[in-house]
Design a protein around this ligand. Sequence first.
Ligand SMILES: Cc1cc2nc3c(=O)[nH]c(=O)nc-3n(C[C@H](O)[C@H](O)[C@H](O)COP(=O)(O)OP(=O)(O)OC[C@H]3O[C@@H](n4cnc5c(N)ncnc54)[C@H](O)[C@@H]3O)c2cc1C
Length: 374
Amino acid sequence: MKKNILVVGAGFAGAVIARDLADTGQYSIDVIDARPHAAGNCFDPYDEKNKLRIHQYGPHIFHTNNQDIFDYLSRFTGWLPYNHKVEALVEGIGFVPFPINIQTINHLYNKSYSKESEMKYFLSQLCEHHKKVENARQAAENSYGKELVELFFARYTKKMWDLELEELPASVVARLPLRYDDRSGYFDDKYQAMPQNGYVALFENLLNHPDIHLYLDTSFVRTMENQYHHIFNSMAIDEYYDYEFDALPYRSIKYRHQLKKEHHQPVPTVNLTDEGPVTRYTDWRLYPGCGTLESESVISYEYPCSYEDNNNERYYPVKTIDNVPQQRFKQYEQLSKKNNKCTFIGRCGQYRYLDMHQVVANSRMVAKRYKASA
Ligand SMILES: Cc1cc2nc3c(=O)[nH]c(=O)nc-3n(C[C@H](O)[C@H](O)[C@H](O)COP(=O)(O)OP(=O)(O)OC[C@H]3O[C@@H](n4cnc5c(N)ncnc54)[C@H](O)[C@@H]3O)c2cc1C
């Protein structure tokens, strides 16, 4: 007799657990998702009319150093190698490589440096020396100096998070590499690629198993739990507990997709460093597997907002230096530890920003532990 399992959410967190349990032959798994599609935030349907694949919830570039995770996902998709590049559009200057590298400095300051030592010396004259780093501004100023922080980080952060750099932890800027040479890739990972036929096809293969039953347009309600042996839940943990300790803050993004004639940008995604409301825009023709230069160009503009202003679409957990959101999550986490029947997974279940490869790795570990204990 197979054990009945409920998985809430057909994004990477839920789909990977469903598949790993299904592969044992010992479970019957119902996967539900409130949305009308699987693939969670990686949803990238093909737009026949414009001959483009558009990631509906923002560009998703797969990258990892974890060979096991890359091999695991390679069971469900082929890959198109892609070394992600971003440039920033600076008022009065134009496009410059981002994260900052030696060419960024050459463009901004009209230099012609070619050696790491030259850039290091130049930056050392700009950098601050905050001894105790207590927030993202101090961390950024220690690496880049005040002028570059204002130009690339302060205004962008304000519109992205609706918070000042001083209110955010140093980890927000620590994620970004600073390059003293002219490498222009956004990530340093060994594996960087886009799924050959898109994420939708990857998820179709991942969920294609006789013991997995997918129900779309189906929201979780507590009474469902009675019918199942265990629940793996990627919904927002505060929503599950009826906001008992108040709501956890999230940042969200509204997308405006606009057909444009004769558009040109040097790289697939451009960061805007000005005070306007848009943080980034993307030309889908430039992502491998999404379109070609012969396609119509549809440009997606990103407008950060609170999740309440975007139909409760929770994208980025907000962490602040006063620790209020983090403490609030801990209260929910304590409550969840008493709940033996439900395991919270994924970005919203664990209230952590996680890249795709991290979510896949976590879910594989959770499935492994569950199989060992059941
Ligand atoms: C704008 C943006 C860009 C990103 N870019 C990258 C990138 O380039 N590279 C990278 O590695 N990662 C990227 N990520 C991170 C990536 O999206 C996540 O790692 C991944 O989507 C997390 O998977 P998940 O299953 O936890 O969440 P999701 O993909 O959000 O899936 C959760 C699913 O649960 C469903 N759900 C929620 N509540 C309920 C409910 N009550 N009942 C039923 N269903 C419910 C939702 O509808 C959703 O489909 C990006 C994230 C964002 C927001």
